[in-house]
Design a protein around this ligand. Sequence first.
Ligand code: SF4
Length: 373
Amino acid sequence: MQIEQGPIRPPSEASSLLIRVTRNCPWNKCTFCITYKGEQFSRRPVEDVQRDIDSIARVVKQVRQISLNNGLDGRVNGKVVNEAGSRYGYLHYHVAQWLYYGGKNVFLQDANSLVLKTSELVQIIQYLRIILPSVERVTMYARANTVTRKSTGELQELREAGLDRIHMGMESGSDIVLKKILKGITANQLIEAAQKIKASGISLCWYIMPGLGGREHTREHSLETAAVINQGNPEYMRFRTLSVLKNTPLYDMMASGAFTPLDEDEVVTEQRLLLESLKGATTTVVSDHMRNLLQELQGTLPGDQNKLLGIIDHYLGMTPQEKANFQLGRRAGVYVTMHDMQDPSKSLYVEKLLNNINSPEQLKTVLAKLRSQ
Ligand code: SF4
């Protein structure tokens, strides 16, 4: 048994069931993005998606049977997940793992499935919630200009059908930066989209990309992104730090000198300016992407603003040697947060790695390489 799935989902949907309703990205022009390069966008017919949902329901029954055979009353533990995967393959493993995490969350792939007719999406979401009754949360990615083309009434229909959250790659609130990276949206469209989504009762999560303005536009990037967040006031904003990947137009711009990437400290300084410029937003700030240096940046505004700035100041106040140790340990996967540096077995290990690096320039190259992996 097989279903169709796309390549990515947001970090917060790591334990979600993935259901593909469109293929690839209908825009596919952002200069930093490689995910769907060379792939054609297409819409999946509603019947095909429904057939996938039916297949998932059959797999759910098989996984529950494995659980019963193990005397677990239908509960799914690690043993059931492994047995489902080894006996039947990837789909059973994915569904069993989803059940292991409660079988509650579903993410509709790919990059902008809101381009489907509202009636089709409503049909899919309603069907999904009937066939898989354990589902409590349904989310998807959408582009701001697609949202602005829908009426608030259409978004309300989707909310009533059971769409709970829209994840949106905002990247920047600066029109200069948005234009430079060919995002195809404006700051005003972002604000309008946020207002419509919130009026419909759907939750909104914006993804911000520190570093995206380069040295050329770091200040506008921070200040204007903060201004858009202040007006859009999404429920969540998540940092997803830029990494300039090979085979992207941004990489070519970097090679030609038209884009100068920020180093680790400059990115954190940019984040600080953004966070200190947030006024009036009640957003929850999350830093759960592996490319972020400071994963501990987590809190809800306005109450946690000083706590978030304090985390950044703690980092910026480290000695150059401590910073080098943390940056390398973080990028090499030894540390998750700055707190991990207090573990001598970890910090001494990173110190040994650092001894093999001969200069600050070499460290920058190593960090950039690790960050792009
Ligand atoms: S809209 Fe998203 S998926 Fe599409 S090219 Fe831009 S960043 Fe990539």
